[in-house]
Design a protein around this ligand. Structure first.
Ligand SMILES: [Zn+2]
Length: 129
């Protein structure tokens, strides 16, 4: 087994009694919290649209989100569930809102504004060329 395989296996959760936690995490995450995260992710993905997929992951607890048809688009809740974030890959969070749809629209508005700003730079460069 390579070192990389070993590292990956450290993050495979083990279901034992009430716990569902990987050796890499080790805080004793519960099966119930995994199921809750999985179900919430599934409901959110269904709410967002037919091509959205649920995502759950473990990191000192179970977290969840929905990933869009363009895999870099992701909607996730804040820990207290009072706010939603829309992120796009390594560009991070572009929009927030009190519902998933509002967060998505805020991200579209943010990206549109950034595109407009860059279009001005393109125009400047084209005039200078
Ligand atoms: Zn854990």
């Amino acid at each position: 087994m390579s070192e990389t395989e070993h590292d990956l296996r450290r993050w495979v959760p083990v279901h034992q009694g009430d716990t569902y936690c990987s050796p890499g995490c080790g805080v004793g995450c519960t099966w119930a919290s995994y199921v809750e995260a999985r179900d919430k992710a599934t409901r959110l993905a269904a709410e967002m649209g037919p091509d959205w997929k649920p995502r759950v992951w473990e990191n000192l607890g179970w977290y969840w989100s929905a990933v869009g048809p363009e895999a870099h688009v992701e909607i996730s809740p804040s820990p207290r569930m009072d706010m939603w974030s829309c992120s796009v890959g390594d560009r991070g969070v572009l929009g927030r809102g009190n519902t998933p749809a509002v967060a998505l629209r805020a991200a579209i508005a943010c990206a549109s504004q950034k595109a407009g700003e860059w279009q001005e730079v393109v125009s400047l460069l084209q005039r200078a060329a």
